[in-house]
Design a protein around this ligand. Structure first.
Ligand code: FBP
Length: 250
């Protein structure tokens, strides 16, 4: 079923502020300025992000601030900690129904392709995708190749494969890790067909390095950026948001 991305898009582009690192990596990612989820809602609102991404706990406990901000909410439906070793698996922690009750404009789900647990995540995604589309909301798939069997494979091949998997399984948007090569990204965008591609920000790097990636995203005709640490770990997150928007929207 075709659903609209309009609610989580501005001028045909996506700029999402991701803040699910608290479960994925732990508070090691935070400092006094960004440990409070309210500071992130404030950045999303003042920085005019096209959506913000939270797990259900934050979406629930900070719901009135989220509603007041008027920034669309994307609820991440699965997650895992970094404490378990071995091939990664991330299973469902929140239902589509719960996300909609929290006011979600879209839902997100991570699939680790190449992991020995890939089938479980693909199957769970299938149920989520069906329900979300029946309820008229888009699904964003974080598709990250990870696990012993893909360690040796070329990053470019894996990035295009992740993009194509997103199209095949009915994702509306796929969130990819960018390998740093614009031509490879352009091929991944083509491989995704009508499914849109956003790149994830990754660990904090120097401002010009990250802004160059954003520029390459635009040139490769990707849909946008779902960034976390490179914005809210910056000493001036709103300055960073402004710079990203200048590249994406002008
Ligand atoms: P960042 O921009 O901070 O990298 O956030 C993007 C993201 O996909 C988050 O949604 C998620 O928590 C994190 O990266 C996962 O990163 P990793 O796969 O390195 O654990």
């Amino acid at each position: 079923m075709k659903v609209s991305l309009d609610k989580i898009t501005t001028k045909g582009k996506a700029l999402y502020l991701a803040y699910d690192q608290g479960i994925e990596h732990g508070p090691i990612e935070f400092n006094d300025a960004n440990v409070d989820p309210k500071s992130i809602i404030d950045i999303a609102s003042k920085g005019k992000f096209t959506a913000m991404i939270f797990q259900k706990g934050i979406a629930e406990k900070y719901n009135s601030a989220i509603q007041r901000s008027k920034i669309p909410l994307i609820v991440k439906l699965n997650g895992k900690t970094s404490l378990v070793k071995g091939d990664p698996v991330s299973l469902q922690l929140c239902t589509v129904e719960e996300a909609i009750k929290l006011g979600a404009a879209a839902v997100g789900y991570t699939i680790y392709i190449g992991s020995e647990h890939e089938p479980a995540m693909l199957q769970e995604f299938e149920y989520i995708e069906r329900e979300a589309h029946e309820r008229g909301i888009p699904v964003i798939a974080w598709i990250y190749p990870k696990g012993k069997s893909v360690e040796e494979k070329p990053a470019a091949e894996l990035m295009a494969y992740a993009a194509r998997v997103g199209l095949e399984i009915g994702a509306d948007v796929v969130k990819l890790k960018y390998n740093g090569n614009e031509k490879d990204l352009a091929w991944a965008v083509k491989s995704a067909g009508k499914t849109k591609i956003v790149i994830s920000g990754g660990s904090k790097v120097d401002e010009p390095v990250f802004l160059k990636e954003v520029q390459e995203t635009v040139k490769a005709k990707a849909f946008g950026v779902a960034v976390g640490r490179n914005v809210w770990q910056h000493k001036n997150p709103l300055h960073m948001a402004k710079k990203i928007k200048e590249i994406m929207f002008k």
